[in-house]
Ligand binder design. Structure first.
Ligand code: FAD
Length: 465
């Protein structure tokens, strides 16, 4: 009955319930595959509200989905065949760009890259940037509070959003759009929805912050003998470049060896190294100024023994090639087979000690285990991923050992004052961990908010909390 009411409202073509729906029902990592009652593709905020009202009237739960690039299984339906998958992909208009106010209002289904391009067309910058930017959507970025490679300078998705339009679980439309940088008028509903992973309502549009595009950018790879040296290099780069430092990524030798194995066509200018850092500096003065700061920084780092080699990109093309190496790590890992992912945050100062002791503990317990360590060191965010020993069935290892591996890693994360999810969110993957490890009062408050806003429990149930 619900499907025929939806077809009457949205048109036959926008309600899919037959044929191959795996693009919607299976997640990017191919870890979670569910079965939807149907896939609905509304084309406007009013249509999203109508879908939500109809689903609520039938007591049917909704899973919102943007680009389906999430890494924690939050945007795919469960196996019951009773959940409605609501795709935001047709809400893909940039509604307004206000260059004087440095804001852009985009619908939730806009692909991140399209928003970056709309800003660039006006010599402006929308700085959110991540390897999935060709497919992930603004709504998904905000629902997951995505981080990415520019957080060091510009903050994560939360810091880049000034206003939201949301369809509530009752199917009402909250118009909270607008480009205000100051608005102290009560509880911050915008911040409540950002990072709520579709559990409190559906984001249909957002007003985003833009920045003047930098005049010059410099990118380099630098080879470090240890993670301690990489952390010291970060301190030096921050002292010398200040807010011009826009990227500081770290990759261990095994991560780049997987890239070499699965993407041999990609040149690795420094060859195998214990740790490789990717640095980026964005300058609003001039190309010459950027180069002088950058070269001065690398020379000082060499003199201080923090790095022993470096490769500076001499063109935009070379800069893209260096970033491409970094961004190929998640793809190389999935080519290698299933792995146990940990997207963790730690105080930067604790990262070397955490990695040394946790690597040792994992290797002692599972000899031969392979560790893919990479991530946004400048933000204290590591992707600390565990790959099965060479030759072992990766899926079997994951099935039998994931719980024990997580226990060891997350205990260490908390002992070092960290978080079990830095930027990917909770979804299905970390829901139980969150319930066990988040402060009980915080959990109580989160459950009270969920109950108050979504008393029927129909918005993305059993995800996050
Ligand atoms: P989806 O996967 O469709 O959904 C994600 C969650 O948001 C789900 O819970 C879904 O229900 C909910 N949701 C989606 N749209 C809405 C909406 N409009 N309203 C309410 N809820 C909604 N993430 C990072 O933070 N940093 C990275 O560097 C990064 N790198 C990545 C690299 C690769 C190769 C891949 C595949 C992923 C990466 N991710 C990264 C994870 C992912 O891309 C981000 O989480 C992204 O923000 C998800 O956007 P999406 O549109 O694909 O959302």
């Amino acid at each position: 009955a619900l499907l025929s009411e939806l077809r009457a409202t949205l048109g036959q073509a926008q309600v899919l319930s037959e044929g191959d729906l795996s693009a919607y029902e299976r997640d990017w990592r191919k870890r979670y595959a569910g079965k939807a009652l149907g896939v609905v593709r509304p084309g406007s905020t009013a249509e999203v509200a109508a879908v939500v009202r109809l689903a609520a009237a039938h007591g049917v739960s909704i899973v919102p989905q943007g680009g389906n690039t999430g890494l924690v299984g939050g945007g795919v339906p469960d196996a019951s065949g009773a959940q409605l998958l609501l795709s935001l992909q047709r809400l893909n208009r940039v509604r307004e760009l206000d260059a004087a106010n440095l804001t852009l209002t985009a619908e939730a289904g806009c692909i991140l890259q399209a928003v970056q391009a709309a800003a660039a067309a006006q010599q402006l910058l929308f700085p959110l940037s991540l390897a999935a930017e060709g497919s992930c959507t603004i709504g998904g970025n905000l629902a997951a509070n995505a981080g990415g490679t520019q957080v060091l300078r510009y903050g994560n998705a939360r810091e880049l959003c000034l206003g939201l339009e949301v369809v509530t679980p009752q199917g009402k439309i909250w118009d909270g759009l607008g480009g205000l940088r100051k608005d102290n008028t009560g509880y911050d509903l915008r911040d409540l929805y950002i990072g709520s992973e579709g559990t409190l309502g559906i984001i249909t549009a957002a007003t985003l912050k833009l920045y003047p595009a930098p005049l010059a950018q410099m990118t380099a790879l630098a080879a470090c003998a240890s993670l301690e040296a990489a952390v010291a290099l970060l301190g030096l780069a921050q002292a010398r470049a200040g807010s011009s430092l826009t990227g500081f990524e770290v990759m261990n030798g095994f991560a780049l060896s997987l890239v070499a194995k699965h993407f041999p066509q990609l040149t690795q200018p420094l060859g195998p190294q214990p740790w490789t850092v990717l640095l980026e500096l964005s300058d609003s003065e001039s190309e010459a100024h950027a180069r002088a700061v950058f070269e001065g920084l690398l020379e000082a780092a060499l003199e201080q023994g923090l790095i022993h080699d470096a490769a500076v990109a001499e063109s935009l093309e070379q800069s893209h090639a260096l970033w491409h190496l970094r961004e190929s790590i998640p793809l190389a890992q999935s080519e290698e087979g299933l792995n146990i992912k940990h997207d963790i945050a730690l105080p930067v100062s604790r990262i070397p000690a955490f990695v040394a002791s946790t690597d040792a503990a994992l290797r002692a317990r599972w000899p031969g285990i392979r560790l893919v360590d990479f991530g946004h060191l400048g933000d204290g965010n590591l992707h600390y991923n565990v790959q099965a020993p060479e030759g072992m069935d990766a899926a079997a290892f994951l099935r039998s050992q994931e719980r024990a591996v997580n226990e060891l890693v997350f205990d260490a994360v908390l002992a070092h004052g960290g978080s079990i999810s830095a930027e990917h969110g909770i979804g299905q993957l970390k829901r139980e961990e969150l319930a066990r490890r988040k402060h009980p009062v915080a959990l109580e408050l989160m459950r009270a908010i969920k109950k108050a806003l979504d008393p029927q429990g129909l918005m993305n149930p059993n995800r996050l909390i």
